[in-house]
Ligand binder design. Structure first.
Ligand code: AMP
Ligand code: MG
Length: 297
């Protein structure tokens, strides 16, 4: 959901359309690595290494903000989130504007992220002026967010705030040391809220071997049950809707949000699924599923 990141009025419209608290910062999307110095200062060697290795691509870097970077974009923080996306349509848009583009996911705050233009139309409808359709998202889950704003011998190494399209293994390889996840003190990223990315129906995490029996029990109680599973051909009990979620973590990430949306579309009252191993893209998929299953306010 894009706006000129140099225009406070335009940025304000993002928060209005999403229904997102204005204290939550946005990611500024740039056309090229060279543009970062207009938005951030004190970029470390490891930050530059990450840019060269992963941009354009699904990696967001949190760095100290440039004095010219709007507080409306950073949520009043002294840091800014920056990324060069890979999609040709996004890159052309940013290059045509000639400025940074603030752009969170194009959905209402707290609900399931969109991965197609149709999802955006369903979620935001008239709240947006124009929908640019560049096809379905290739990665399927949000970018990995890495904090490189405190990279120095005193305050510690780069840390992942949100797992995503670039894995811890890939980051560690490029950094030359282990890059780990860090739970930050304050909730600065919507992706760090306990409940997020959730369909209307409650989501329950169940060990894989118990999926069938749990689905049978709930449907025997008269509930319409969705099961997100890599085994849609299994003989699921009547009243159980099997929704495909591939075992391969990369494919699961790509399908994840469409699968969560299907839970509501199929009129299910509860969704069951099991977590993938937290390795590679499985870490991001497990993170989103845990948040979809998190306690609701
Ligand atoms: P979204 O807009 O939902 O795609 O998510 C973008 C993420 O980047 C959000 O979770 C933001 O809160 C996060 N983010 C942006 N700027 C910062 C920052 N300075 N510190 C921490 N997280 C940030
Ligand atoms: Mg989002």
């Amino acid at each position: 959901l894009a706006a000129d990141a140099t225009q406070p009025d335009a940025v304000a419209k993002i928060f209005a359309a999403k229904g997102r608290p204005t204290s939550h910062p946005l990611i500024v999307h740039l056309a090229a690595i060279d543009d970062v110095d207009a938005w951030a200062i004190h970029l470390s060697d490891v930050a530059r290494k990450f840019m060269r290795a992963f941009w354009p691509g699904p990696l967001t870097l949190i760095a100290k903000r440039h004095p010219h970077t709007l507080a409306a974009v950073t949520g009043g923080l002294e840091t800014v989130a920056l990324r060069v996306p890979k999609h040709p349509v996004a890159l052309e848009l940013i290059a045509a504007l000639g400025r940074g583009v603030a752009a969170p996911s194009a959905n209402r705050f707290g609900s399931v992220s969109p991965t197609t233009a149709a999802h955006v139309a369903q979620s935001l409808g008239d709240a947006v002026d124009l929908i640019l359709d560049g096809g379905a998202c290739e990665v399927g889950v949000e970018s990995t967010i890495v904090d490189v704003s405190q990279v120095d011998p005193l305050s510690g190494p780069a840390a992942v705030l949100r797992p995503g399209g670039v894995s811890l293994q890939e980051l560690s390889r490029v950094a030359g040391h282990a890059v780990c996840e860090r739970q930050s003190e304050a909730v600065r990223a919507p992706g760090q809220l306990e409940s997020h990315y959730a369909p209307q129906a409650p989501v329950r995490l169940v060990p894989k071997r118990e999926l069938l029996s749990e689905a049978a029990t709930l449907s025997a109680h008269g509930l319409r049950v969705a099961v997100l599973t890599d085994d849609t051909s299994l003989d699921w009990p009547p009243g159980v809707v099997a929704i495909s979620l591939p075992a391969d973590p990369g494919q699961a990430a790509q399908r994840l949000y469409a699968a969560l949306r299907e839970v509501d579309q199929q009129g299910c009252q509860v969704a069951l699924t099991s977590l993938p191993l937290p390795e590679g893209m499985g870490l991001a998929v497990a993170d989103r599923l845990r948040k979809a299953a998190g306690p609701r306010s």
